[in-house]
Design a protein around this ligand. Structure first.
Ligand code: NAD
Length: 366
């Protein structure tokens, strides 16, 4: 029977888990034996007892070791040393940032599969962990901003007079940005949005956002439907146009990213200084270098009364639903890789192949 071990995360601040009782039930029904490291789900509100009731065993999976090890964060050196040779490791590897983990797995004969490298094709939508987690980040960014703002989001007509709605500017309308628009609109804010991909405009309007028009001589869309890297001249013009919107905003949420490149700087120090005291910026691109010149990773910066929040792992602050969605993404991948009595990381598979980040791509767990 093929075996999967779900690890207890050890990375600082990581509260998510790669399985839930629901995903365990589905795996066991599919003939997979699941082991859960003790306490793996505690921070996401899934107890060992709930996992056991769903059919898992609590522990390390026994001998000869699991065929697949599933986690959220990439394994550190100690974790790689514990992975059985020939096994498959699944997590958010982000190989460009975690070369050491990739190298260690390769040297240890482990096949590393990065959830962040699963192609975003229709067939793999159920495995799109980047989207499931980005959507949570967009939602939570708005809630964080709303709790920091000393103002209402909605327009209110009260006996004490009218309160105007909050003005929210969202930079980048990918998965996180679109969820941020929807969330800010649901709270009643006036929402303005900037993006460089033309396809986004209709989506923004359909969510009730206002699209900030930019003078696009060429489409901002590059390969795979993602944004392409724009030149400094364009970014300078974009900043000039955005400044007017940012300076009258109560909240700015930035999500702009370009695959394989540093995130574009869209909010300069001067733009922050043009905001009114009490304004809030949430920079979701902080771990790709940041969209705001003043944001700091995992920190809260206050500059002339404007609070700038730079948190890279907001999904972890909603660990229960983040885990539930991520576990479904991992489950879909596992069922895709499962053969009769084993898991196969097939390098020629259009979904699995591009997600294999280690140098021994055709390993099979047997
Ligand atoms: P992302 O995180 O790479 O970027 C976020 C957003 O920032 C993008 O909308 C991008 O256009 C924008 N951006 C980049 N430079 C900018 C600038 N200078 N100013 C303003 N905005 C800027 O993107 P993402 O959220 O991961 O997804 C982007 C795209 O990926 C989607 O729109 C879609 O085409 C594709 N996707 C496809 C599927 C699928 O199932 N087929 C699922 C999810 C995403």
């Amino acid at each position: 029977m093929p075996t999967v071990l779900v690890v207890r995360e050890t990375a600082p601040g990581e509260r998510r888990v790669a399985a839930t009782p629901e995903s365990v039930r589905k795996l066991t029904a599919a003939g997979v034996s699941v082991a859960i490291e003790p306490g793996a789900g505690l921070h996401a509100n899934f107890s060992d007892e709930a996992f056991t009731a769903a059919g898992a065993t609590i522990g390390a999976g026994g001998s000869p070791g699991p065929d697949v090890v599933a986690g959220v964060a990439p394994p550190d050196a100690a974790a790689v040393a514990r992975l059985p040779r020939g096994s498959i490791h699944i997590s958010f590897v982000y190989p460009a940032r975690n070369g050491a983990a990739v190298g260690a797995m390769t040297r240890s004969g482990i096949t590393g599969i990065a959830m962040d490298r699963i192609p975003r094709v229709t067939r793999a939508q159920g495995m799109d962990a980047l989207s499931s987690q980005a959507s949570i980040a967009g939602y939570k960014a708005v809630l964080l901003a709303a709790t920091r703002l000393g103002k209402y989001f909605p327009l209110l007509m009260t006996a004490a007079g009218t309160v105007p709605p909050a003005r929210v500017v969202i930079m980048g309308a990918g998965v996180a940005g679109l969820q941020a628009i929807a969330t800010a609109k649901r709270l009643g804010a006036v929402v303005e949005v900037s993006d460089i991909r033309p396809a986004v405009r209709e989506q923004v309007l359909s969510l009730g956002g206002k699209f900030i028009e930019l003078p696009m001589e060429e489409s901002g869309e590059g390969t795979g439907g993602y944004a392409r890297q724009m030149g400094e001249d364009f970014l300078q013009r974009q900043r000039e146009i955005i400044t007017r919107h940012v300076s009258s905003a109560d909240v700015v949420i930035t999500t702009a990213q370009v695959p394989g490149a540093r995130a574009p700087v869209l909010i300069t120090r001067e733009m922050v200084e043009s905001m009114r005291p009490g304004g809030v910026i949430v920079d979701l691109a902080v771990d790709a270098g940041g969209n705001c010149e003043l944001s700091e990773p995992e920190s809260e910066v206050v500059h002339r009364g404007v609070t700038i929040l730079g948190y890279s792992n907001l999904p972890s602050t909603m660990a229960e639903d983040a885990s539930a969605l991520y576990a479904r993404n991992v489950l879909a991948l596992l069922l895709h890789m499962k053969r009769e009595d084993r898991f196969v990381a097939d390098a020629s598979d259009e979904i699995v192949g591009p997600a294999i980040v280690t140098g021994s791509p055709e390993k099979e767990s047997e």
